[in-house]
Design a protein around this ligand. Sequence first.
Ligand code: ATP
Ligand code: MG
Length: 425
Amino acid sequence: MIKAVRGTRDLLPPDSDLWNRVEGKVRNLFARYNYHEIRTPVFEDTSLFSRSVGEETDIVSKEMFTWEDRARAQSEKAQSLTLRPENTAGVVRAYIEHGLYKTGTLQKLYYIGPQFRRERPQKGRYRQFYQIGAEIIGPPSAGSESPARDAEVLEMLATLLDEVGLKGWQLQLNSVGCAEDRARYNKALREALQPVVHQMCADCQRRAETNPLRVLDCKVPEDQPIIEKLPKIGEYLDEPCRQHFAAVRAMLDAVGVPHSINERMVRGLDYYTRTTFEFTHGGLGAQSAVLGGGRYDGLSESLEGPKAPGIGFAIGEDRLVLALQSQGEPPRESVQAYIAPLGAGMGLHALNLARELRRAGVTADLGDESFRLKRSFELAEKAGAKYIVIVGENEVASGQFAVKDLSSGEQVSVPRAELTRQLAK
Ligand code: ATP
Ligand code: MG
């Protein structure tokens, strides 16, 4: 028997109902914040990711699904392609490719879709997973560099998590400074690592040479005490970066978004500058990050685009749904009415009633005239229906229908013309 590939999942009802409810709420929220959807391809030129996310990151060095796409004609060259491991690079590529910067305004773009990373599958970690993300990007003259954008994005995320119903989230913030700050910090790290790096894992020994900042991403337990003693990036920020970060925090305080500082959080992608953040949730176990994001002021230029500072985030939708389930979020909206035809010829009347209800916005499920009364009740119960309406010969003849509340057992008699109005309540 052929099964779904390890690390991939089928999303089935009723779970898929919860996914859709989350996506519906999120789309509604994005619209209110004036974000618009962008859909980029699920695969891209490999170099897009190596140049933006960075060669030394876990994502590019070991997690990408990459293949050589053979040339189809002699005039064509083979091309290295990669399933997108994240979506910011694709969005910024599209921003440059379509000249969106020419508008001179801020682009506020969101996406919802699958991402792919070759990771060890476990709870909250899959090889095909879904992200809901957004980016604000534009020329500095449009205000893209301002700390107000950071605060606006973080305030939106706090509202988003509240609106989807996540309780007890925590926001951790850090600043990774600008390129010059990081050059100084990397130098300090290299010096601090020199006497201790031989005690660390093989990855850290390599990172200490190539990109010392990435040592902070290390998850090997034995390396943690060493990492804790390394210099902190906060001490290496220049004055403008320090002020930018202070302004972001002051605005968050002013709008009442609680947050804490985590100086070790440098995030596993090279394009981040200044503000970086993660929202975590206790219901997720080891994979506690529901979402991550940050500012990427030099990303556009590194992809040969114009200066276009930006900030964005990606929510792990799988983890968001897991967190909601861990707090007992019901998977599906209940069916309001189960219409149960009883006896030959009643299916037609039931179909008409169901059609009327559904067109009036009532969620209705329809039985079958061949079912006995007992079976109809069982199926109504299984469907989670609030009410059952029996459509039998007597009801049709008298024009009076019994509407039974399945949880209380209460029953009322409703004239045919009043049924839709009654059930729409
Ligand atoms: P982690 O430290 O958990 O590996 P990350 O830093 O690699 O996360 P990002 O690249 O920042 O993750 O992606 C943003 C969000 O996407 C994460 O916070 C997480 O919720 C989600 N995510 C990342 N990788 C996976 C995965 N393999 N499976 C499910 N969700 C994921
Ligand atoms: Mg990861």
